[in-house]
Write a new protein. Structure first.
Length: 143
């Protein structure tokens, strides 16, 4: 962190993350390697949300193009992605989503997983060294 006072104030705080950058799995290491290769401003460490979010968005677009056929159009890509029942960015994300019910609560995993991280000094530590999974809680009045 560039601000020592903010770093001291944030020390010990728990946050959630959909990607484990502390002890990355093989797909996450591959993503980090690609980020270093293609983004010369990225020198390693914890990438910002815009950087890894863009990588995940590009991965999803590639998936849609692969599924849309030999002459993909925008609508064909969208149709193809709406048929995807399980997507986790090749193993980067700890739980999968479906696009069959895009834009509705039904697209959310029934047992979502994520990482709980704690800043200890200058490093994030993964709580229990694994993704923590739970059960999606419905909102009354919403399917």
């Amino acid at each position: 962190m560039g601000n020592p006072a903010a770093a001291r104030a944030f020390n010990g705080v728990y946050v959630t993350s959909s990607v484990n950058f502390t002890t990355p799995n093989a797909p996450t290491r591959l993503m980090l390697s690609a980020l270093r290769k293609y983004d010369k401003s990225y020198r390693g460490g914890l990438p910002d949300l815009g950087l890894y979010g863009s990588y995940l968005a590009a991965d999803l677009m590639i998936k849609g193009l692969e599924l849309a056929g030999t002459h993909p159009s925008g609508p064909a890509v969208i149709r193809a992605l709406r048929a995807v029942n399980s997507y986790n960015a090749g193993g980067i994300l700890p739980s999968s989503v479906t696009f069959r019910h895009f834009g509705t609560p039904a697209m959310l995993p029934k047992h979502p997983c994520g990482y709980i991280m704690q800043l200890q000094g200058t490093h994030f530590i993964v709580y229990k060294n694994k993704a923590i999974c739970g059960t999606t809680i419905g909102v009354p009045g919403i399917a």
